[in-house]
Write a protein that binds this ligand. Structure first.
Ligand SMILES: *Cc1c(COP(=O)(O)O)cnc(C)c1O
Length: 375
């Protein structure tokens, strides 16, 4: 087969190409912001926050330096007390539990379920008298079954703070990721669905008091109107220049999401019948879910050999989080054994899916994968 397959290069994520097509627009925005000297907490940031708040239908969208700070401040603002336990899925970025840690809490890892997101059924056993929150991760652009999660939360009197860093635009039953709990975060890291030219993030909430506290925490505890220092604060503001870049890209949001969903459908069509693989749900697989495909994470027999095979033929892949779940990093001293997650990490692999990937690229990657398993 490879004799007829024309070689191409499909990097996992082409950082050098990510913004090059919009270079002229970005240069224009850069010049405009520089000419106005508008760098910190200026109108571009406010307008971008407003655009996201309108899109999601939330009261408060607060631009921050990154999503990790957004979660950290969200927990502080939501009243996390020292020693409070927060249940989270171990298949996530360490940023979430780290935010809990720095807010004074204790992150408690639980297993993932059949859908590879937090397993609501495993939460009961992890609840102790100190448990106060559940932090689901809306992973790979898919929102958890929030009905199941809310039911567990209600049973134990827990509140939800969503790590929706990967979930902007994703929905469950027509409701956006990030809008289910007390507060949530988004990340604008360059490789995220909506990425900027550096670090950026956002906290969202419908709770006025939580919003007020996050606003203070992100700007040295200062009241925006009076400058009065009302509490100890830190500094984590979304740069105005990054906000201007983000707002510009956000104007194409529907097309961005549509492209990602089209590529996911193409992978499904090309790879869906290979028994050695397990694919993420297709875009139309479950009408309760609307996925934005931040990542296309498959499970594969002989995963490492497949990764090498693809690499040798110009295709970049990535094993998420460096190949380990959070509880598997010894320095973090988590003692759980989480069998579904651990098994998953022997098989998981992310295929290229982003705005620089074309339908032809997907065809090439899929042909190579078919060739690999036909051997
Ligand atoms: C990217 C990511 C974060 C961290 O976002 P930053 O903006 O880099 O702080 C947190 N959680 C998840 C699930 C992520 O993918």
């Amino acid at each position: 087969m490879s004799a007829t397959l024309e070689a191409r290069s499909v990097p996992f994520f082409n950082y050098r190409g990510a913004f090059s097509e919009m270079r002229d627009d970005l240069n224009r925005i850069f010049n405009d912001v520089v000419d106005r000297g508008a760098f910190i907490l200026q109108k571009d940031g406010v307008e971008f926050e407003q655009a996201i708040a309108n899109y999601l239908g939330v009261k408060h969208a607060i631009g921050m330096g990154n999503a990790t700070d957004a979660l950290h401040f969200a927990f502080r603002a939501a009243g996390l007390q020292p020693g409070d336990e927060v249940i989270f899925p171990s298949h996530t970025m360490v940023a979430g539990p780290a935010a809990v840690h720095f807010a004074g809490g204790v992150p408690v890892a639980v297993d993932i379920g059949e859908d590879r997101l937090i397993d609501a059924a495993k939460i009961n056993a992890a609840v102790t008298p100190r448990t106060k929150f559940i932090m689901p991760t809306q992973l790979n652009g898919r929102t958890c079954d929030m009905d199941a999660l809310q039911a567990v939360a209600d049973r134990h009197g827990l509140r939800i703070v969503e790590d929706s860093a990967q979930g902007l635009g994703s929905q469950f039953r027509g409701k956006f990721a990030g809008t289910f709990g007390v507060a949530a975060c988004f990340s604008f890291y360059p490789a995220k669905v909506l990425g900027c030219l550096g670090d950026g993030g956002m906290a969202i909430t419908n709770d006025d008091q939580v919003a007020e506290k996050i606003l203070l925490l992100r700007d040295h505890g200062r009241d925006a109107a009076t400058g009065e220092v009302k509490m100890w604060g830190l500094n984590s503001r979304l740069d105005n220049l990054q906000a201007a870049f983000l707002h510009h890209q956000f104007k194409d949001w529907d097309a961005i999401v549509a492209h990602r969903r089209k590529l996911a459908a193409a992978y499904q069509a090309e790879l869906g019948s290979i028994p050695q693989l397990r694919l993420p749900p297709a875009p139309d697989a479950d009408s309760r879910h609307f996925d934005v495909y931040q990542n296309y994470e498959i499970e594969a027999d002989r995963r490492d050999a497949l990764k090498e095979f693809l690499k040798a033929r110009g295709v970049g892949t990535l094993i998420q989080w460096g190949g380990r779940a959070v509880h598997q990093f010894p320095a973090l001293r988590m003692t759980q054994s989480l069998p579904v997650t651990e098994k998953f990490f022997e098989r998981c692999l992310m295929l290229p899916l982003n705005m620089m990937v074309s339908g032809e690229d997907v065809g090439y990657v899929a042909a190579l994968i078919r060739e690999f398993y036909a051997q």
